[in-house]
Design a binder for this molecule. Structure first.
Ligand SMILES: *[C@@H]1O[C@H](CO)[C@@H](O)[C@H](O)[C@H]1NC(C)=O
Ligand SMILES: *[C@@H]1O[C@H](CO)[C@@H](O)[C@H](O)[C@H]1NC(C)=O
Length: 395
């Protein structure tokens, strides 16, 4: 009995990598595909590739309960679209619908009753749109708002117009936030009860010239915090969120720190990309592009030349103040980690390396918040640059 318990304990320790298959999907610009990947032990295998997400697949949103995957086509040439796919148990996808949409959708979130709404941020076209996706075979535009700027922001070459870069549902499911990199705002929308309709509230002010790109919430006991990762200043801004029954939620800025934590700095040309809060709400993870500050072992074991890597930075959330303390700067698995995501248990991080045509899966210690070795990797994308930009677990 004791021996069984011991060996079971040992086994679960040894099997930090999953024993049963885990499915992932990655989007990539340069081969214009959604790639289905199957992670088994230390192997990450390509299951299939799909081209119904148009010319520049850029983002994925999963409705796990309904086995539906939404893919945004950024459409650099202007032909943008949203594709809904049925996800099958073996990782393959079946196209349900393709809806042409306004140019440059870059991020989306499900919201509303039974996740029947999809909120989308459009970057180039300065627009927030929502779509009715209750009927997955008949996606339809529901509502939209396009913004303008009276004058360029402090970083004129990137802030000559509003650039919405993310759509984030708050933990109550009643509000959607859209960080606007061009306008230094986080736009805020109140979702109507029992509907996918929304009304706009007063936006949250971001630090001038910071260029908020992506955002993430953390719920720590009774405290709610909201963090934005700011692409232009390479900083993280923290807000304390206070809800009230009578009025709009309040977002009070509590700090702004380097993307590498308080006192940290980044080289010229760095461009912060993705922010995620760990499932246990104890850590913030951010990816940072164009630093090439770290290295990883060559995937060819016979080759001792190490490969360059940008970092994924892990920071610990003070559960009372919301402040962030640096835990680790770990290799993201290559260059230009535009998008990454965690599995539900928080034990794995999947990272898309846009400049290396590579997707890696990295192990993560849930307790310390530290990333460990690269568990598995796969080639995704084809050609020079602009390869895989996002990867998501089927969880
Ligand atoms: C906004 O929605 C209306 C229909 O409700 C549509 O005619 C218009 O083209 C949309 N504008 C954008 C920028 O998507
Ligand atoms: C070793 O790896 C480096 C970096 O990828 C590469 O440039 C070099 O050609 C490799 N050497 C051999 C012998 O394969």
């Amino acid at each position: 009995m004791l021996r069984d318990t011991l060996s079971a304990g040992l086994l679960s320790l040894l099997l930090a990598t999953p024993s049963s298959a885990v499915l992932l999907w990655a989007t990539s610009y340069n081969d214009h595909t959604v790639t289905s990947l199957n992670l088994k032990g230390r192997e990450l295998k390509t299951v299939a590739k799909y081209t119904d997400c148009g010319s520049e697949p850029a983002w994925l949103t999963l409705n796990k309960g309904e086995s539906v995957l939404y893919c945004l086509n950024e459409g650099w040439g202007g032909e943008s679209s949203i594709t809904s796919y049925k996800t099958l148990a073996d990782g393959t996808l079946e196209t349900l619908d393709i809806l042409p949409v306004l140019k440059s959708p870059v991020s989306s979130t499900l919201y509303g009753p039974d996740k029947s709404g999809l909120a989308v941020a459009h970057y180039d076209t300065s627009t927030f749109s929502t779509f009715s996706v209750g009927d997955v075979t008949e996606l339809a535009l529901a509502q939209n708002e396009t913004y303008t700027l009276a004058e360029p922001g402090p970083v004129p070459d990137r802030q000559s117009a509003p650039h919405l870069h993310d759509a984030v549902l708050d933990p109550t499911g009643k509000f959607i936030l859209a960080p606007d990199l061009g306008a230094d705002l986080v736009r805020l929308y109140a979702v109507e009860p029992d509907s996918i309709e929304w009304t706009e509230l007063e936006p949250i002010k971001a630090v001038p010239g910071s260029g908020p790109r992506h955002g993430a919430f953390a719920v720590a006991g009774k405290n709610t915090f909201f963090y934005t990762l700011n692409e232009l200043s390479n900083t993280i801004t923290g807000y304390r969120v206070t809800y009230s029954a009578e009025s709009a939620p309040e977002f009070v800025q509590i700090f702004e720190v380097s993307s590498h934590g308080a006192g940290g700095s980044v080289p010229e040309g760095t461009s912060a990309a993705e922010i995620e809060v760990s499932p246990d709400q104890r850590f913030v993870l951010v990816s940072s592009r164009f630093e090439n500050s770290l290295t990883i072992p060559n995937f060819d074991k016979a080759n001792s030349t190490r490969l360059p890597s940008d970092p994924i930075v892990s920071l610990k959330i003070d559960q009372r103040s919301g402040e962030l303390g640096l835990v680790q700067e770990a290799p993201a698995g290559g260059r230009n980690p535009r998008g990454f995501s965690l599995n539900k248990a928080g034990t794995l991080v999947a990272s898309a390396l846009q400049d290396d045509n590579r997707v890696v899966v990295i192990e993560r210690n849930v307790w310390t918040g530290k990333l460990g070795r690269i568990v598995a990797w796969a080639t995704v994308g084809e050609g020079e640059g602009n390869g895989p930009n996002y990867v998501l677990f089927n969880e």
